[in-house]
Design a protein around this ligand. Structure first.
Ligand code: ADP
Length: 255
């Protein structure tokens, strides 16, 4: 085995809602410092799996552990070492960005440096601005700032680039990679395969409550090609997204 240290372990996880089985025996491990993607069609069981790991739902059976802590038994302890990206909240409208991050930091005993957290996500200049004045990309970056207030070991990101324009999406990829480079482990769900391919060290492809494949994007693609798979059209050397970025530039548009 490699020397990588594992930080997340999921064993034979099952979740039933009445007699419907949403998660049907899932196993995976994530190493420290990995960006690990959960990919799958709607209804595959991604959210259920992630929310069990976050301590928000109880599994029907199976075991989940983060940094040596049994999630189901010691949910409070786990919450101290994880960060969860929240989707929009309506009360954000009444506060400026500094106050929003400050409010979330009150939940933790440590006193974070709020300006540094805002700086890390590129929002220091906006600290006095109100949420409603932010662009889509800035709102997503704020939600990451909020998830970082407790300096978590593991960060959970739920479709962090949905609805963003290509520039903001690339900027978010850079930010996520930077956060990982600072030593954090990241679990990400996404519907964008290009995003998973660029960002994730490994991905688990989930369908109907089971993991159908788990590996690095490169190896999964290699395996498909080796099995004789051929794309119908000759693949192009550039995509329409490349055209778009080439014509409009990489710089962020924040309105
Ligand atoms: P994904 O995140 O991959 O879209 P989910 O984990 O949200 O999948 O859902 C998996 C399946 O479980 C879906 O069929 C969904 O309808 C069902 N499901 C999710 N939450 C509940 C719930 N609270 N009660 C009943 N069924 C649920």
């Amino acid at each position: 085995m490699s020397k990588t240290q594992e930080i997340i372990s999921v064993k034979n996880l099952v979740k039933k809602y009445d007699n419907f089985t949403a998660v049907n025996g899932i196993d995976f491990k994530v190493s420290k410092g990995e960006i690990f993607g959960l990919l799958g069609p709607n209804g595959a069981g991604k959210t259920t799996t992630v929310e069990i790991l976050e301590g928000l739902r109880k599994p029907s059976s199976g075991y989940t552990e983060i940094d040596g802590i049994d999630v189901a038994k010691n949910t409070k302890e786990v919450k101290k070492i994880i960060g969860v990206q929240l989707q929009e909240c309506s009360f954000f409208d009444k506060l400026n960005l500094f106050e929003i991050v400050e409010m979330f930091s009150v939940f933790y005993s440590s006193k974070p440096n709020i300006e540094k957290i805002l700086d890390n996500v590129g929002l220091l200049e906006k600290r006095k601005s109100y949420y409603k004045t932010l662009s889509g990309g800035q709102k997503q970056r704020l939600s990451i700032a909020v998830a970082l207030v407790n300096d978590p070991k593991v960060l959970f990101l739920d479709e962090p680039t949905t609805g963003l324009d290509p520039q903001a999406r690339r900027n978010m990829w850079d930010l996520i990679a930077e956060i990982r480079n600072k030593g954090k482990t990241i679990i990400i769900t996404t519907h964008y395969m290009e995003e998973a391919e660029k960002l994730c060290d490994r991905v688990a492809i989930i369908d109907s409550g089971r993991i159908v494949k788990i590996d690095t994007p490169k190896k999964l693609i290699r395996e498909l090609i080796d099995s004789g798979f051929k794309v119908e059209k000759k693949s192009q050397d550039a995509t329409l997204e490349d055209v778009f970025i080439n014509l409009t530039g990489k710089s962020l548009r924040e309105k």
